[in-house]
Design a protein around this ligand. Structure first.
Ligand SMILES: [Zn+2]
Length: 228
C-alpha cells in the first residue's frame, strides 16, 4: 500500500454540511473522523464550516487544513475559524482551487485580512514576537510540505524549491529581514518575484516564466476552444 498524502475537499459550503447531516446524521468532518484514521498524511481542503469540536479533532490529528482563501471568497463559501484552529495547535497550508487567480501571496494576504475583518483586530493570528509575514509564510510553507509529503525548507534531502525576490522592487525598498516578507506579502504583489526554482529546475528568470510564450499561446487556444 502506498503511503502518499491524502487530500479531501470537505465542509466547504453550508449546503454540503446540511446534505451530509441529512444523509448520515453527522457533519462532514465529524463523519470523516468517525470512519477514517485521519493523521498527518491527510490534507482537509477548505474545512470552512466546522464546530469547535471538529476544530479540536483536526488539530489533534496532526492533519493539515488546505485553505483556498481566493476561491472561498470568490464562491462566497465563508471564513475558516483560523484563530480557534491555531489556538488548538492546528496546521494549515494554502492553495488555489478554482484557479480564478493563482497568486500565493494573495492567498496569504486574503487569509490574514479575512480574519482581521471579522475579528476586528490586527495581527490576530501570529505570535507577538514574529512579524505577520514571517509567521504566515513559515506556517504555510511547512503545511504545504506536509500536504505534498515532502520536507519544507533549505535542507539536504529536501526539494530545491527556491524563490527569489527582486531587491530593486519599489515596494521592498529599504526593507530587510522579516520586514521583507511583510512587504512582499502585503504590498509588493507578484511583480516582486524575480526567480523561481522547482525541484532544482529554473522556471522563472527575471520575473518571466521561461516558457511564458508557449504557455500563453496554449492558454489562448484553450480559451478559444471553450468559448467558441
Ligand atoms: Zn474545493
Amino acid at each position: 500500500m502506498t503511503r502518499g498524502p491524502i487530500h479531501i475537499h470537505i465542509a466547504e459550503q453550508v449546503r454540503e454540511v446540511e446534505a451530509c447531516l441529512a444523509w448520515s446524521g453527522q457533519r462532514p468532518v465529524q463523519w470523516l473522523y468517525a470512519h477514517a484514521a485521519v493523521d498527518e498524511r491527510w490534507c482537509l481542503v477548505h474545512a470552512t464550516h466546522v464546530t469547535p469540536e471538529e476544530v479540536r479533532l483536526m488539530a489533534g490529528s496532526g492533519a493539515v487544513v488546505g485553505l483556498c482563501p481566493i476561491t472561498e471568497a470568490n464562491l462566497g463559501d465563508g471564513l475558516f475559524p483560523m484563530r480557534e484552529h491555531i489556538a488548538a495547535g492546528g496546521r494549515f497550508g494554502v492553495g488555489s482551487d478554482s484557479n480564478v487567480l493563482i497568486d500565493a501571496a494573495e492567498e496569504l494576504r486574503l487569509l490574514e485580512y479575512g480574519q482581521r475583518l471579522t475579528l476586528r483586530g490586527r495581527n490576530v493570528l501570529s505570535p507577538a514576537n514574529l512579524s505577520t509575514g514571517r509567521w504566515l509564510y513559515q506556517q504555510a510553507l511547512e503545511g504545504a510540505g506536509q500536504a505534498l509529503g515532502v520536507r519544507a525548507g533549505l535542507a539536504v534531502g529536501a526539494p530545491a524549491d527556491l524563490l527569489e525576490l527582486d531587491p530593486d522592487h519599489v515596494s521592498l525598498h529599504g526593507r530587510s529581514g522579516d520586514s521583507l516578507l511583510d512587504s512582499a506579502l502585503f504590498a509588493a504583489r507578484n511583480g516582486a518575484v524575480r526567480a523561481v526554482w522547482r525541484n532544482g529546475r529554473e522556471l522563472v528568470r527575471e520575473g518571466r516564466h521561461l516558457n511564458r510564450d508557449a504557455i500563453q499561446t496554449r492558454y489562448r487556444a484553450a480559451l478559444d476552444r471553450i468559448l467558441a
